[in-house]
Design a protein around this ligand. Sequence first.
Ligand SMILES: *[C@@H]1O[C@H](CO)[C@@H](O)[C@H](O)[C@H]1NC(C)=O
Ligand SMILES: *[C@@H]1O[C@H](CO)[C@@H](O)[C@H](O)[C@H]1NC(C)=O
Ligand SMILES: [Ca+2]
Ligand SMILES: [Ca+2]
Length: 367
Amino acid sequence: MKLIVGVVAVVGVWAAVCSASPVEGQESQERDGRFLGLNFPFLNLVTVTVKPTPCLGKSDNSSGTCTTKGQCDGREDGTCANGYGVCCIFEKRCGSTIKQNVTFLVNDNYPDALKAIGNCQYNIEKANSDVCQLRLDFLSMNLANPNDGAGTGVATLCEKDTFSFVGSAGGNPTVICGDNSGQHMYLDIEGNGVARINIATTDDSIDRSWRIKVTQIPCNSVSRAPPGCLQYYTDYSGKIESFNYQQVDTPAAPLHLANQRYTICIRANEGFCGIRYTADHFSLSGDTGTPLAVVGDANCLADLVIIPGLTKDGKAAASDRYCGSQLDPLETYSKPFEIRVVTDDAEDIATDINNQGFSIRYTQIPC
Ligand SMILES: *[C@@H]1O[C@H](CO)[C@@H](O)[C@H](O)[C@H]1NC(C)=O
Ligand SMILES: *[C@@H]1O[C@H](CO)[C@@H](O)[C@H](O)[C@H]1NC(C)=O
Ligand SMILES: [Ca+2]
Ligand SMILES: [Ca+2]
């Protein structure tokens, strides 16, 4: 019996180091093991240690951690460590408290849709004391759309479903609904605090589903977003969309969201001094057919974006406020690069229709 346990221990170590070329001693022990009639079901009865290394889930390439079979606190998705471990995807449902870096928050019933009234809450604790921020990636995020004004005449309100969160560094009032797949957010988590995510659903006749990747960002990480940036882009060029922007070419396209006050930041890369914005779509007010670009403090009062403007030689732009149903291409050398989004608490559908929000491309300009 002693001999068998010894053999198992050595096989376990071999799995742990993921060695492709076994050293002499292990090779002979293995051969002995087979001679003794050892097989894998037997190994399952004994603790085999597997080094926790990153792995990719077999079904959808989600990032996970290689763990020992049976010790995965999540969903097992494929094998790793030469078959001795399982790729463990940390996937959690409503009501969970999580602490593990790179965890996926999913709706109850996931991957099926949720059709229920409820308040889904997740508490997120720091993986270790050196965490200052969370990045939420909405891999998929489909909630009920904001209202369309039927009955009341006032649209863009998240009346049925809401996604909201509270960071330990104080609240963040940004509340969203609708389709936000592909969007992301940064959330500060300070001290010994716990961040909380709330997804409230108030109608049991609508399908909704979500899968949110939560990454814990160390305090001194280069990927930490600067203070005040709800969204943070770090590429030379990219696409920025307002929450619930859905590219639909029918008049009944879902609308932008009321009550938004947040800042989108773009990291100025080394050797780049300016930034150029080009809108693929822009409609924040008065989208009645003929696109109209509106600029200026006096004209943009309800729903608008603020883009600080400065020419290359340091001359201020006439105005930083943009609204209407078109955004003309613009360049600015004002740093940090940012777009502030402001929407009011209403949308009178008698005078203000079809405002879908924006989809804007940015490209950084070399110095
Ligand atoms: C996972 O990624 C690999 C390599 O990029 C790719 O070949 C494979 O098709 C992906 N599998 C899934 C299920 O997405
Ligand atoms: C969490 O994982 C990400 C991505 O793998 C990594 O960049 C980050 O440093 C990790 N956070 C902590 C606290 O280890
Ligand atoms: Ca509007
Ligand atoms: Ca409005």
